[in-house]
Write a protein that binds this ligand. Structure first.
Ligand SMILES: [Zn+2]
Length: 465
């Protein structure tokens, strides 16, 4: 038996409570009680602790975080030869897939996963390429709950013409990517804390035949489908040109708008399209910082007002969900002009209960009796929180994921006093950093870093020399 005794506990179902003990037996919350349990138990007491259901990152590319860190920020006109997705993110991702050893990919992923754990994330839906399957073992090793949704493509290699049109190249990869997911599901789904679903890249890069096949298989297997949708105007134009309808209508006609489908971004969706997604029971994963970086505000206010099932993802820009939720809250306020929009409680609900429901796991994202014990305890003892009038607002407005003190997944302590249980955090960081610096050097040597960015890197190095 494990007992967490923070000062406050919150979940969307029960609201905020003070002075309760969270009793964990096996992998379940056995009780949440004011009476201090007696008997043989491990106690974690934290005077200024706030326990919430572990944060769920609903759209992530964990490996991209260290890979693009420092490369994709402050992009100026001319730094990139085209849209960031097609001129930097996809090509460098391709190079990694082709060049990096599996061990090095695992090391980089593990460093990023550690950052997630250390900021109170207990679960994530992560979209990755087949070469990154070390993700699963590394996440299991740290005790993180994951939904792997490997990419599926019809035409895998994306680039862009000088006129800004997307160019799809390469052999038809439909069969290979579908077979990969089916094999991975057989081998890894249900092993440790890993689940496997489908990650068709987008309605533009996957043929209707492939999407239909995914729809059928996911339905039969009860698997999650994650797909980028209405992500950028290039995608919308390509879908409209090929199929005579917009992305949301296209996915609806293919049967993919339903519970268990997570639509990433919906940045360029209309109000009616958001309503349609809501009415079909699919979820949206919105990633404010990824778009803010490119100068756009994701329509958080519209999503919140619509009542659509909304989760938040970091998209590999930051890995700190507290930071991402704060960005979402500020967008909701500025877009609606209403200070009461995007409250701390509403966004924490999105990142816990609503994200769990989007993943068809109503046993997660709650601190109620019988819930699966995935819990994050933040220490609100630091100066930046004082005095604490409302611990949820304190965390969202003034807090940091770095104040995650204890993290439990599946009833087991995975992080204590900010340190990963039984693991050497410094060694994980050292290995991860080495792996990323190595691939940057190789990318530079091959000209895979766009000239504008390479010149910028050279200028910075010169200035430092
Ligand atoms: Zn994405």
């Amino acid at each position: 038996m494990l007992v967490l005794s923070p000062r406050w506990a919150w979940c969307a179902e029960t609201g905020l409570r003070e002075g309760v003990h969270i009793v964990i037996e096996g992998n379940r919350v056995a009780d949440v009680t004011r009476e201090r349990p007696t008997g043989d138990a491990g106690f974690v007491e934290l005077e200024d602790g706030l326990a919430i259901p572990g944060l769920i990152n609903l759209h992530n590319h964990v490996f991209s975080a260290p890979l693009f860190r420092g490369l994709a920020d402050d992009i100026r006109p001319g730094d990139l030869p085209g849209h960031i997705v097609f001129s930097l993110l996809m090509p460098l991702g391709d190079l990694v897939a082709a060049e990096m050893a599996e061990e090095a990919i695992g090391d980089a992923a593990e460093m990023a996963l550690l950052a997630c754990l250390q900021s109170g994330t207990t679960a994530m839906l992560d979209v990755w390429r087949p070469q990154q399957r070390a993700f699963i073992a590394r996440a299991n090793g740290l005790g993180l709950r994951t939904w792997s949704c490997p990419y599926l493509f019809t035409r895998p290699n994306l680039s862009m013409t000088a006129e800004g049109k997307a160019l799809w190249m390469g052999e038809d990869a439909s069969d290979a990517s579908f077979d990969f997911v089916m094999r991975l599901h057989a081998e890894a789904h249900g092993v440790g804390l890993a689940s496997v679903g489908f990650g068709p890249h987008g309605p533009d890069s996957c043929s209707p035949e492939l999407l239909r096949r995914i729809e059928r298989a996911a339905r039969e297997m009860g698997a999650i489908v994650s797909i980028h949708c209405a992500q950028n105007p290039i995608e919308l134009a390509a879908v409209e040109a090929a199929h005579g309808r917009r992305s949301v209508a296209h996915l609806r006609d293919l049967g993919l708008l339903r519970p268990g489908t997570v639509l990433a971004h919906m940045m360029f969706a209309t109000e009616d399209e958001v309503t349609e997604v809501r009415d079909h029971g699919a979820a949206i994963a919105s990633c404010p910082l990824a778009f803010a970086r490119s100068g756009r505000g994701v329509p958080v206010a519209r999503f919140l007002e619509s009542g659509v099932r909304l989760g938040i993802g970091t998209d590999g820009v930051t890995l700190d969900m507290v930071e991402e939720l704060r960005a979402a809250a500020l967008l909701a306020k500025t877009q609606s002009g209403a200070p009461a929009a995007g409250t701390a409680e509403r966004l924490l609900t999105a990142a816990t209960r609503d994200a769990a429901d989007a993943l068809l796991r109503p046993d997660l994202g709650r601190l109620t009796r019988g819930a699966t014990a995935d819990i994050a305890v933040f220490d609100l003892g630091a100066a930046r929180y004082q005095p604490v009038w409302d611990p949820l607002k304190a965390l969202l407005t003034n807090g940091s994921g770095a104040d995650a003190h204890t993290v439990v997944t599946d009833g087991v302590i995975r992080l204590h006093q900010g340190r990963p249980a039984g693991r050497d955090a410094r060694a994980i960081v050292a290995r991860g950093r080495r792996a990323i610096e190595d691939i940057w050097d190789r990318a530079a040597a091959r000209g895979a870093i766009p000239p504008g960015l390479a010149a910028r890197r050279a200028r910075t190095q010169e200035a430092l020399a």
